[in-house]
Design a protein around this ligand. Structure first.
Ligand code: DON
Length: 304
């Protein structure tokens, strides 16, 4: 496995030239365009790594699966999905279009920005600070990593420039999807996106979901039902308007982030974390997708 990963990283670095590092959030553009790394964890305690697997980056949209788990724990499945749908939107992650044109009157799914901001508003806590601290503590428990923290430079940059997300927040308030304070929801959302991780952290998150919500130390943190919901939405919506193609090409639950991360889940077997900040036009790591596609073919990982 180790040799295979080194070979795949070497092979796919060249494709990073075809992508672009995100620059709409200040500081994100400082990432090394040709950085590429992978970490895989299995249930025998093995860790396989290659390339830039230790490089720190912000989790961005991958955090949406963490807050979704916590929101369902806090409020129950029925309430959460009364406020956000379970359907792929077919639009880019930051599209606001369907908030106005759709008769659904709620975001299509919790993986697009509008859905994730709605989910952030459902996290319990007396104020934004307590809400976010609960998100961070939950993520620390899931990954068994107490060192996780926010990159405050990126958080401040995104909070200052996140005007379209702010517009979505107030749109959701107007439609009764967000019931509390919009600025609190946005603060939680911008902070959750700015949590710093590396490919190992993502592999831990992936293995947690592969084991249906149980940590490596055997603690059951979420129900199997919640884990199933999250994995299913990763397959149908996790890569936005590329989700269908990724389901065909890779065939495992995946969730991407504009920081360049992708988390992959091989149910019952593996957690995969990939890092490659050079993104395709849909905001997914271009090198990461190619590595996952090669790995899936080589190891016959597809769940279909
Ligand atoms: O809200 C945003 O636009 C970013 N904080 C997160 C977007 C993202 O990661 C999309 N995923 N590929």
């Amino acid at each position: 496995m180790q040799e295979l990963l080194s070979k795949l990283v070497k092979k796919n670095i060249v494709i990073t030239k075809e992508g672009k590092v995100a620059d709409y959030i200040p500081e994100l553009d400082k990432a090394k365009k040709d950085a590429l790394g992978i970490c895989i964890l299995d249930n025998d305690g093995n860790i396989y790594t290659a390339g830039d697997w230790e490089t720190k980056f912000t989790i961005q949209s991958i955090s949406k699966i963490v807050t979704l788990m916590l929101a369902i724990l806090d409020n129950g499945e029925e309430y959460v999905f009364s406020k956000v749908g379970m359907e792929p939107s077919g639009d880019p992650f930051n599209s606001i279009r369907k908030l106005e044109t759709s008769s659904r009157k709620k975001p299509y799914n919790p993986m697009i920005n509008a859905g994730a901001i709605a989910v952030a508003s459902m996290i319990k806590g007396k104020d934004a600070r307590e809400k976010f601290n609960r998100v961070l503590d939950f993520f620390k428990k899931v990954t068994e990593d107490d060192s996780l923290d926010v990159n405050y430079k990126i958080y401040c940059g995104e909070s200052e420039t996140g005007n379209k997300n702010r517009a979505m927040g107030y749109f959701l308030k107007n439609d009764g999807i967000i019931e509390g304070n919009v600025e609190d929801a946005l603060e939680v959302y911008f902070k959750q996106c700015s949590i710093e991780v590396n490919a190992y952290t993502l592999a831990k998150l992936g293995l947690f979901l592969a084991n249906n919500g149980r940590t490596s130390s055997g603690e059951q943190i979420i129900t199997q039902k919640i884990a199933t919901i999250v994995k299913t939405l990763m397959v149908t919506c996790g890569m936005y308007d590329l989700s269908g193609e990724i389901a065909v090409r890779v065939g495992i639950p995946c969730k991407s982030g504009v920081g360049g991360g992708i988390v992959g889940v091989v149910p019952g077997k593996l957690g995969i974390g990939v890092y490659g900040p050079s993104l395709d036009k849909k905001g997914n790591s271009i090198g990461g997708i190619h590595i996952l596609e090669d790995l899936s073919k080589e190891l016959k990982l597809s769940i279909f």
